[in-house]
Design a protein around this ligand. Structure first.
Ligand code: 13P
Length: 251
């Protein structure tokens, strides 16, 4: 059985005071939850502060990106070692905003996934189609291609560190959530692909999150799907009440 996994992606939001308030609020609200894995993926500059707020809680800390090189002349970048140093467990890689706003390629994302696993982090590897790709019937092809390229060279042992997040780009921050059926169709395809790339047993153990305008009111519906194992939550993760309500719905 896959344990549900909810992660908040705070994106480029909050400030030092707000980050502590949000993290401390979640710690208080989610004290007794043990049946769901919970993480918050925080802006780099607040990781250390939030780590202190989360210490001795059951909420894990994650970053929103990482660079694949271990150290050196890479101005502005952050290494796996640095993230481990500030108590990160997870790292989001290949988020649609990094693919489509910042311009990251599948090849770069693949290097990051590989480096994160080798560096002892658990990647949340994101895939998802653009609206025009969905409308022209290319969703399955686009997502399958992203999965294959992003996981190239990741062997059967290493893949077990990975969570996949399916985030249709047209559903992110738009209030337009994928229907439960649209989410299930893609999740099922991804699991089938993982079964071919690795084995049915491995595919069965990998968690696949849905992301894109997930909120308290659609959590139960999305999570009813057999292949939806959790959520990657943007906007609703910035409010203690909303995020806590989503975790509790699943717990
Ligand atoms: P929203 O929940 O704000 O749509 O964002 C989803 C997302 O991008 C999470 O990574």
């Amino acid at each position: 059985m896959r344990k549900p996994f909810l992660a908040g992606n705070w994106k480029m939001n909050t400030n030092a005071k707000g980050a502590v308030a949000l993290a401390s609020g979640l710690v208080k609200e989610l004290k007794t939850v043990t049946t769901v894995d919970v993480a918050v993926c925080v802006p780099f500059v607040y990781l250390q502060t939030v780590a202190a707020s989360l210490s001795s809680s059951n909420i894990a800390l994650g970053a929103q990106d990482v660079y694949f090189q271990p150290n050196g002349a890479f101005t502005g970048e952050i290494s796996c070692e640095m993230l481990k140093d500030v108590c990160c467990t997870y790292v989001i890689i290949g988020h649609s905003e990094r693919r489509h706003v910042i311009g990251e390629t599948d090849e770069l994302i693949n290097k990051k996934v590989s480096a994160a696993i080798s560096g002892g982090l658990l990647p949340i590897f994101c895939v998802g189609e653009l609206l025009e790709e969905r409308e022209s019937g290319k969703t399955q092809q686009v997502v399958a291609d992203q999965v294959r390229k992003g996981l190239a060279g990741i062997n059967a042992e290493k893949i077990q560190a990975v969570t996949i997040a399916y985030e249709p780009v047209w559903a992110i921050g738009t209030g337009r959530t994928a229907t439960a059926q649209q989410a299930q169709e893609v999740h099922e395809m991804i699991r089938g692909l993982l079964a071919k790339m690795y084995s049915p047993k491995i595919a069965d153990a990998i968690r696949i999150q849905y992301g894109g305008s997930a909120k308290p009111s659609n959590t139960a519906e999305l999570m009813k799907n057999p292949d939806v194992d959790g959520l990657l939550i943007g906007g609703a993760s910035l409010k203690v009440d909303d995020f806590a309500a989503m975790v509790k719905t699943i717990a």
